[in-house]
Design a protein around this ligand. Sequence first.
Ligand SMILES: Cc1cc2nc3c(=O)[nH]c(=O)nc-3n(C[C@H](O)[C@H](O)[C@H](O)COP(=O)(O)OP(=O)(O)OC[C@H]3O[C@@H](n4cnc5c(N)ncnc54)[C@H](O)[C@@H]3O)c2cc1C
Length: 422
Amino acid sequence: MWDFSTESEFQAKLDWMDAFIRDEVEPLDLVFGGKAYEPLDDELRTIVEPLKRQVREQGLWACHLGPDLGGQGYGQLKLALMNELIGRSPWASVIFGCQAPDTGNAEIIAMYGTDEQKARYLKPLLDGECFSAYSMTEPHAGADPRLFRTRAVRDGDGWVITGEKYFTSNAANASFLIVMAVTDPDAHPYQRMSMFLVPAGTPGVEIVRDIATMGHRDGGHAHIRYDDARVGADALLGEVGGAFTISQARLGGGRIHHSMRTVAAVKKAFDMMCERALSRETHDGNLAGKQLVQAAIADSYIEIQQFRLLILHTAWLIDQSSTKEARTQIAACKVAAARVFHDVVYRAMHLHGALGVSNDTPLARLWQAAPLMGIMDGPTEVHQASIARRVLRDHEPAPGRWPTEYLPDKIAAAREKYGVES
Ligand SMILES: Cc1cc2nc3c(=O)[nH]c(=O)nc-3n(C[C@H](O)[C@H](O)[C@H](O)COP(=O)(O)OP(=O)(O)OC[C@H]3O[C@@H](n4cnc5c(N)ncnc54)[C@H](O)[C@@H]3O)c2cc1C
């Protein structure tokens, strides 16, 4: 069955979210913009906790997780529709209990953690009481995890971690870090590493500095040195050698959720573009009457529609099977997200002229994020390569000298079929 409609009960929830985010959450971005990923101070707690409570009462808290873990288990398709609204505001992810990188981190603890690890790390994360960080990339290597060098060596019952990690987002505010480290350098490249849950403040974990991006003054991505950081046996997440599999599971979910939120940000830019086109008078009419502007609006509309449908289909596919089965589609969403975001935000910004490049609209902020989109969670090229590799598995080389679609041979075969003389 093919169906593009939303059941009315869930549409009512989406309508509630739409108004709630617009009226109660987006204003937070304007006054407390840089604080969404910091522990709450007393002033913010009195504002934020009642909002989180309302989300819980609506049954919309932590919807990326199933009911056994405190979420609703709505599935990816409904989550995609929710994220189309949540992505409008950095604070919304926090208020709905589904902010990155905590969503992905919670998912892997839920999937691979022991009962003790779930009680210690997952529960506070789901309750919105703490933040976490994912420490994988290293200064010398990111896109190719086989090159990571950070080591974890057994020491009695526990492990000692030594090495350097780079761009560990929100580590400064995290209560714990999930660290990917080499445990057996001689194993198969994809079985060399294991994953560890490392509490913040563990002796030997040093945040060298927080790295800022794209001209921002404050950074949010830590360069971390692990210098003989000692953790217990209970720090191991999953099996020894299992880090690559865990990271694939984590990034699969993370990438699709990120793409879902991107739809929201792109729609915001698009709506601004349309409003501007209808509002701005120039050269004997408004911008909306100019054919080149119409082309920009039409192209943006088409790209957003294609992107959105790709995401919804991918989300549906995950619900029918798993993130593993939908790897090609998830990679396609990731590539498309970076492109559509870049193109639509640029057009919207350009159409606003000087105002567009000023700090007086959200567009400049969005534009600063554009180059990040094609790098974080793996560069575009790596996803393109993985899409092509998997797509090509379903194809064969031509059986002979000419392509299978070589028309002279096909016409000859068709003539023979119908007994038609050449
Ligand atoms: C905003 C942001 C947040 C991040 N958060 C985290 C985090 O929380 N935790 C974490 O561990 N990491 C994080 N990262 C790091 C991110 O995962 C890496 O930046 C990414 O994997 C790329 O690695 P790299 O930066 O070392 O680039 P490199 O691996 O050096 O790649 C640089 C460029 O080389 C090209 N390239 C690389 N490989 C190929 C290839 N196979 N084929 C063709 N071209 C290629 C691409 O153009 C690529 O952009 C974050 C990054 C950003 C930008």
